[in-house]
Design a protein around this ligand. Structure first.
Ligand SMILES: [Zn+2]
Length: 268
């Protein structure tokens, strides 16, 4: 399964085939109001943008996806593996009301009045939905979260909270930094192998200088499959965030002189 880049006016986003039954999208950097290194659809205040711009960008993107901006519930990502269940009592969290989470790298809900928002600038977005679209989830897989099997924990959370069978779940992976650009020291593959076992080996390629190229999307897809999701139910966007400066922000490419993209998903 695959994806398309959809356009609504100047706004563009990745729309995954596997999630076509629910409102969702992964933002590209076009169509917002932010300037300079945050140009233009930036969703974070951490890298020098103004609150006014960021709020306006949320309104623009919510409208493009057909969701209420007041329904957006923002995660608090710190490269851990805590996944929280939320409902409409947390609509607006982190945007219109103070952020209640201290550590929250993933969200799940079955409340149609709340939309899940997670943030990216090279890390791997993972989204899931039940076949009827009544329960959804999203998780942020940086290398630490990926090593901590956050994609599998997301599947487990959908099971325990909503009684979902993993073999029925629809899922998406990416876009994130590709194997072409994700060069690491041995700490990354070592940590992944320690926690995930041999499965990581085929996604890690040693290179001449003692470093490694790592396929983050590939590992997260494999973790979803290991957790029981069927391969044919997973859409992958393999576009590299670091290689495509016109489409995506990238921490590897620009450090903190960048904005952040979001993945948004809303249940029926
Ligand atoms: Zn690349």
């Amino acid at each position: 399964m695959s994806y398309t880049i959809k356009s609504v006016g100047q706004v563009q986003y990745v729309d995954f085939d596997s999630l076509s039954h629910v409102r969702h999208g992964f933002s590209l950097r076009t169509g917002g109001v932010s300037q300079d290194h945050c140009e233009s659809l930036n969703f974070t205040l951490n890298t020098g943008d103004t609150e006014e711009n960021v709020k306006k960008n949320y309104e623009i993107f919510a409208e493009a996806l057909g969701v209420e901006s007041s329904s957006l519930c923002l995660s608090k990502q710190i490269h851990e593996t805590v996944i929280e269940r939320v409902d409409s009592s947390l609509a607006g969290n982190g945007l219109y009301t103070p952020q209640v989470f201290v550590s929250c790298d993933g969200l799940v809900t079955n409340d149609p009045h709340v939309s899940l928002v997670t943030f990216y600038a090279d890390c791997c977005p993972i989204m899931v939905a039940t076949p009827d679209g009544k329960a959804v989830g999203a998780a942020h897989g940086g290398w630490r979260g990926t090593a901590g099997r956050i994609a599998g924990l997301l599947v487990n959370k959908m099971e325990t909270e909503f009684g979902c069978n993993p073999k029925d779940l629809k899922a998406s992976v990416g876009p994130c930094i590709g194997k072409c650009c994700f060069e690491t020291h041995c700490d990354v593959p070592d940590s992944m192998r320690e926690q995930l076992g041999d499965m990581v080996d085929k996604f890690v390629e040693p290179i001449e200088n003692g470093k490694f190229m790592v396929d983050l999307a590939g590992i997260n897809r494999a973790i979803l499959i290991e957790a029981g999701v069927k391969p044919e139910n997973i859409s992958v966007c393999d576009e590299c965030t670091c290689c495509n400066p016109d489409k995506f922000y990238s921490h590897r490419r620009n450090g903190l002189r960048r904005g952040s993209m979001v993945a948004v998903i809303t249940p029926k």
